[in-house]
Design a protein around this ligand. Structure first.
Ligand SMILES: [Zn+2]
Length: 106
């Protein structure tokens, strides 16, 4: 049973906390692309901070991880349900970096 796009966006919005604005777009391969924008970091130019980056993994986890990092970095003290997953998010980031850098083992 697949939840509707708007239902998923609402759920993700609750997870991401009051500062987040979550939208879901459908990618070229029919996958959901999560976009989380920060309502507090909207600049005068009208381009808010957003998790969306071309060519990167924008699945739910990746977007939420990135959002969690943004919250702790820019809005310390801000509460959001997704922050309980922060240690796991940092672990995933670490693993992704190791894969990308391909540092040879000792
Ligand atoms: Zn922000």
């Amino acid at each position: 049973m697949v939840a509707s796009r708007s239902a998923r966006a609402r759920k993700a919005g609750v997870e991401a906390g009051p500062l987040a604005q979550v939208r879901i777009e459908v990618g070229a391969d029919d996958s959901f692309v999560y976009r989380i924008a920060c309502t507090d970091c909207t600049t005068g130019s009208g381009s808010p901070w957003s998790t969306h980056r071309r060519g990167e993994d924008n699945g739910y986890l990746a977007a939420m991880d990135r959002w969690s990092f943004h919250l702790v970095e820019k809005h310390p003290g801000q509460e959001a349900p997704c922050l309980v997953h922060l240690p796991a998010a940092q672990q995933r980031l670490h693993e992704r970096r190791e894969q990308r850098d391909g540092t040879p083992g000792a």
